[in-house]
Design a protein around this ligand. Structure first.
Ligand SMILES: [Zn+2]
Length: 111
């Protein structure tokens, strides 16, 4: 592999890992919120929307979107998929597979 291609491969890989990191954080966030709901510390139904973090690959993105846990789980049934805000997609590492309001479901291209 030539040097530049090598760097490009690493750049894409890093961007994709960043998305997977935010997905993992969202799963932890959801778990914690569901524990607090079950314990009665947050007065909400278990299926009430949760404010998840945008799963895009911008390292400085701190935006959130509200979604019911059931829908969040459904959108992640494909392991390569992430949910990002409109305009946060990066088409050189992923393709848009679904559009829900101001959100996009993106699927990572193999690197
Ligand atoms: Zn974002």
């Amino acid at each position: 592999m030539r040097h530049r291609e090598h760097d490009e491969h690493h750049r894409r890989r890093r961007l994709q890992l960043n998305e997977k990191l935010f997905e993992a954080l969202n799963h932890r966030l959801e778990e914690r919120i569901q524990e607090l709901r079950e314990a009665g510390l947050i007065p909400e139904d278990p299926d009430a929307p949760i404010r998840y973090m945008c799963e895009c690959s911008r390292e400085d993105c701190r935006e959130r979107f509200a979604m019911e846990p059931e829908e969040y789980a459904r959108l992640h049934s494909e392991p390569a998929d992430c949910v990002v805000l409109q305009g946060h997609e990066m088409l050189d590492i992923e393709v848009v597979v679904d559009e829900i309001g101001d959100l996009l479901v993106v699927r990572k291209r193999p690197v």
